[in-house]
Design a protein around this ligand. Structure first.
Ligand SMILES: CC(C)(COP(=O)(O)OP(=O)(O)OC[C@H]1O[C@@H](n2cnc3c(N)ncnc32)[C@H](O)[C@@H]1OP(=O)(O)O)[C@@H](O)C(=O)NCCC(=O)NCCS
Length: 174
């Protein structure tokens, strides 16, 4: 288990399916995330029960608060490239009452530290819709910088949005 100041990161369990199902059907949570197809609760339960163990290529972890041990979201570190020591991250905090409380930033910091110190990555990247200001602010607090722009890469409710490519190098993580 990886421990930050506010959160712990732990492997997913089949029992997490109900929380994930609730988050995936919450339009506020999913607003700036790619979600084309809706998944049944049965399908999600099966996927969690069958999922492969975490590995260098893909680490997916639940975010749990240190104080109440409440499961509030998911982080993932994926597509690790051993030659260039690059990896990609994703995050969402599904329990909205925790937004703005520093939990997402602490979770991503803890995951990036693991990527840099344990997996020996050199850079970590993500993409974020430009309109997702809270997420961008969180990433900037961690030392992520905008390295590129994907024009009109995200479509939602009849509108195109640009996505930003943001990266942090190992010695830049705050
Ligand atoms: C993005 C997310 C992971 C951030 O986690 P969080 O716990 O809310 O983030 P934090 O509280 O650590 O930091 C958020 C920062 O944004 C600021 N903020 C909040 N609303 C904002 C807004 N509308 N515009 C700009 N900044 C905003 C907060 O004040 C805080 O900055 P501060 O510490 O300087 O005051 C979380 O909000 C989330 O999961 N959102 C829904 C899913 C999502 O968008 N995931 C990311 C996809 S790329």
């Amino acid at each position: 288990m990886l421990t930050g100041d506010l959160v712990r990161l732990r492997p997913l369990e089949p029992e997490d399916a109900d929380a994930l199902y609730r988050w995936h059907n919450d339009e506020n949570v999913m607003r700036w995330l790619q979600a084309y197809f809706h998944e049944s609760l049965a399908g999600l339960r099966k996927r969690l029960a069958d999922r492969e163990e975490n590995s260098y290529e893909k680490v997916t972890l639940c975010v749990e608060t240190v104080e109440e041990r409440k499961t509030i979201g998911i982080v993932a570190l994926r597509d690790a490239d051993p030659v260039n020591a690059r990896g990609k991250v994703d995050i969402y905090i599904g329990e909205q009452e925790y937004w703005g409380g520093g939990y997402g930033t602490d979770a991503l910091r803890t995951l990036c530290r693991y990527g840099f110190r344990t997996l020996r990555l050199h850079s970590i990247e993500l993409t974020v819709v430009e309109a997702n200001e809270r997420a961008i602010r969180s990433y900037q607090k961690l030392g992520f910088q905008v390295d590129g722009r994907l024009r009109q890469a995200f479509h939602r409710d009849g509108e195109w949005h640009d996505e930003l490519l943001m990266c942090v190098l190992a010695d830049e993580l705050t």
